[in-house]
Design a protein around this ligand. Structure first.
Ligand code: ACO
Length: 335
């Protein structure tokens, strides 16, 4: 029977997957007019992984990341009640989460997609925790996956150097309040700036001759880099402060700052604004570029594998990106 008591939320396991093919800055310099030095100085990115070959999609990466998380705790996928796939690059606009459900054989789970670009994983974690805290579901698989290599204009040097492909998964479980690991969150959207970063539907200039219906397609990421940079550096610290204030935790108590891996300068500028020691920044943007909804779970999973995150550590997680949407989660790590 469903419990109506408010519950805590526990992180049971994480997993991640990236494509085998890497693309270095030197290789990108063969495609567009750029240089290793320009890319490293402005972004901190040294290489990124890209999904090459025919008939490959986010599902391949998302399924692999999910299976790795399940394997870690020897969980049978049939125990999962809900799957949320955060992605902006689905292989089916009607939703791709059900393909993960089928491939990992999580036949008892309802599955849906959630679109919030680079904030997608944060939004999905919070959405999952609402279902868990109300006792509606007991176990949720949250996946952040994107293959923006399929959506960038490979002749636009201002965007194609930034993105990479990947997937990260996290299994969350309802628990008693004492074991709660998600201490607080804070979310925001400002749609007035949606044009700063978009992958919008473009109508063709002709319509159906009888119906006057215009059809089109989605075409390439467009970004106003400078404004996105200013937005991230000004708004993300405020979100972090609001989140911490809401649960009476001080900046000095934070052990790790895990931001959406967009750009090393953004990560450092946010840490500096909050007087957080740069040693506390979790960063892997150099290896993978900006993997959008995958970047936070990918970095989280790596930090756990590397043994960085220890028992009782407090981790501030912030996502930011298209929408514009941004937000913060405070996690208390208990293994
Ligand atoms: N190689 C060489 N030169 C380049 C390149 C490139 N790849 N791209 C742009 N340039 C040139 C420009 O043409 C410009 O030349 P000009 O001065 O002759 O006009 C010059 O470099 C400076 O261009 P800017 O766009 O002003 O460069 P900026 O210093 O702002 O850096 C960057 C660009 C790295 C994109 C920066 O604005 C940034 O980091 N913005 C944040 C973007 C971001 O993180 N987006 C994703 C976050 S949200 C999400 O994840 C979905």
């Amino acid at each position: 029977m469903k419990s109506l008591m408010m519950q805590g939320v526990q992180i049971l396991a994480t997993g991640s997957a990236v494509p085998d093919s890497s693309l270095s800055n030197e290789e990108i310099s063969q495609i567009v007019e750029t240089s290793n030095n320009w890319i490293i100085t402005r972004t901190g990115i040294e290489e990124r992984r890209v999904l090459t070959g025919a008939n490959k999609s986010i599902i391949d990466l998302a399924v692999l990341a999910s299976l790795k998380a399940l394997d870690k705790i020897s969980m049978n996928a049939s125990e999962i009640d809900l799957i949320i796939l955060a992605t902006s690059s689905p292989n089916d606009l009607f939703g791709s989460a059900s393909q993960i459900q089928a491939q990992i054989k999580a036949y008892n789970a309802v599955a849906f997609d959630l679109t919030a670009a680079c904030s997608g994983f944060v939004l999905a974690m919070i959405t999952a925790s609402q279902f868990l805290q109300t006792g509606t579901y007991k176990k949720v698989l949250v996946v952040g996956a994107d293959v923006l290599s399929k959506w960038v204009d490979w002749s636009d040097r201002s965007t194609c150097i930034l993105f990479g492909d990947g997937a990260g998964a996290m299994i969350l479980q309802a628990c008693v309040k004492l074991d709660n690991q998600i201490l607080g969150f804070q979310l925001n959207t400002n749609g007035n700036y949606c044009n700063h970063l978009s992958l919008s539907y473009k109508e063709d200039s002709y319509s159906h001759s009888i119906l006057n219906i215009y059809q089109g397609s989605f075409k390439y990421i467009s970004m106003n880099g400078k404004d996105v940079y200013k937005f991230a550096v000004s708004q993300v610290p405020l979100s972090i402060l609001k989140c911490l204030n809401s649960v009476n935790i001080a900046i000095d108590d934070i052990d790790w700052l895990l931001l959406h891996q967009a750009n090393h300068r953004i990560l450092k500028a946010v840490a500096d604004k909050l007087s957080i020691d740069n040693k506390k920044i979790i960063m892997n943007v150099n290896k993978y570029g900006n993997t959008s909804a995958a970047s936070i779970p990918l970095a989280f999973d790596e930090a756990l594998k590397e043994g960085k995150i220890l028992q009782n550590d407090l981790i501030v997680i912030s996502g930011f990106g298209a929408g514009l949407t941004w937000g913060t989660i405070l996690v208390h790590w208990k293994s």
